[in-house]
Design a protein around this ligand. Structure first.
Ligand code: PBG
Length: 351
């Protein structure tokens, strides 16, 4: 069932699940509350579990030393200097979090139209990657492959006459991917949504001796207002001209997500992502059922801000909502979740 790597074909959808009614004896023989009576029985009957192994922790990094800058729209999250990022990776190791994902804050004066800093071997992101890999090699480092932090226009691709040009952007992204692989990245996360980038990167990685670097494709990435706080965090809010609707997906679409995932797997992605997370759990479920590939969701900055913001106001029990939101991803078929809650969730899971 699912996607066949050898033929490139997609198997037909699963038939609908058998209706549950016939296997239930009528009340009072069947009382579904019996297995909810006590924690032990609820534990035995649990269909899904969340573990630290399911977590990828996104962090924001900035230049400087021994410093952190709190992001106003993401209470509890700060941009970290390189040394503090290494501390975060050590914390991840201590908590058993398998992977950390790096997003750089780039000074506005360093942003250009050609985005050349994106593939500089010693840019901030690559220095942080190398530092983490030398201090904490057990923690997998994931990087973001997209031009937006480096782009004067704030877009993920190169802009020519107001158009985000696809093929030229892919060439730039491939250079960026190679520089990240050379810095020691374990997982590349192309979040740019250009067509053809996965195949181009996979080919270049193979040719460059980086055949074991994994690609977690942001395959079904929607043009979402839930990214607002992230753009504050990486300093892209002010820079962005227009919106990203010519390359990110229309939130109205679902079948298109399956075509994108099929395409990215066929081009050499090892893992695929749906983004944002909670508002798109229907997509996660369809992707997992259809392809059976390692499937991840990104609980994005706006989702984090809603939970952390309401929690800070005392409107919800933040910890409980956090854990409930994370198990929802597992229930929807995800193998893992990128979440800013990763260290807090890991602490609760380890307790
Ligand atoms: C940019 C990128 C974005 C996010 C991850 N990579 C924002 C965007 O597409 O504008 C969003 C993550 C979040 O909101 O937490 N390539």
């Amino acid at each position: 069932m699912g996607y066949h790597a050898t033929t490139g074909k997609i198997a037909p959808r699963k038939p609908p699940a058998m209706p549950l009614t016939p296997i239930n004896a009528p009340f009072p023989a069947t009382r579904l509350r019996r297995l909810r009576r006590m924690p032990a029985l609820r534990g035995l009957a649990a269909e899904n579990t969340l573990s630290v192994n399911d977590l990828i922790w996104p962090i924001f990094v900035m230049e400087g030393e021994d410093d952190a800058y709190p992001i106003p729209s993401m209470p509890g999250v700060s941009r970290l200097t390189l040394d503090r990022a290494v501390d975060a990776a050590k914390e991840a190791r201590g908590l058993g979090i398998p992977a950390i994902c790096i997003f750089p804050y780039i000074e506005p004066s360093l942003k250009t139209d050609d985005c050349a800093l994106a593939w500089s071997p010693d840019n901030l992101s690559n220095r942080v990657t190398a530092a983490i890999k030398s201090a904490v090699p057990e923690v997998a480092v994931m990087t973001d492959v997209a031009l937006d932090p480096y782009n004067a226009s704030g877009h993920d691709g190169i802009v020519r006459d107001g158009v985000i040009v696809n093929d030229e952007s892919v060439e730039a992204l491939v250079k960026m991917a190679l520089a990240q692989a050379a810095a020691g990245a374990d997982i590349l996360g192309p979040s740019d949504m250009m067509d053809g980038r996965i195949g181009a990167m996979r080919g270049a990685l193979q040719a460059g001796g980086f055949q074991d670097v994994a690609i977690l494709s942001y395959a079904a990435k929607y043009a979402s207002a839930f990214y607002g706080p992230f753009r504050d965090a990486v300093g892209a809010s002010g820079a962005l001209t227009g919106d990203k609707k010519t390359y990110q997906m229309n939130p109205a679409n679902s079948d298109e997500a399956l075509r994108l995932v099929a395409r990215d797997l066929a081009e050499g992605a090892d893992m695929v992502m749906v983004k944002p997370g909670l508002p798109y759990l229907d997509i996660c479920r369809r992707v997992k059922d259809q392809f059976g590939a390692p499937t991840y969701a990104y609980q994005v900055s706006g989702e984090y801000a809603m939970i952390a913001g309401a929690g800070a106001n005392g409107w919800i029990d933040e910890e409980k909502v956090m854990m409930e939101s994370l198990i929802a991803f597992k229930r929807a078929g995800c193998d893992g979740i990128l979440t800013y809650f990763a260290p807090r969730a890991a602490k609760l899971l380890g307790a």
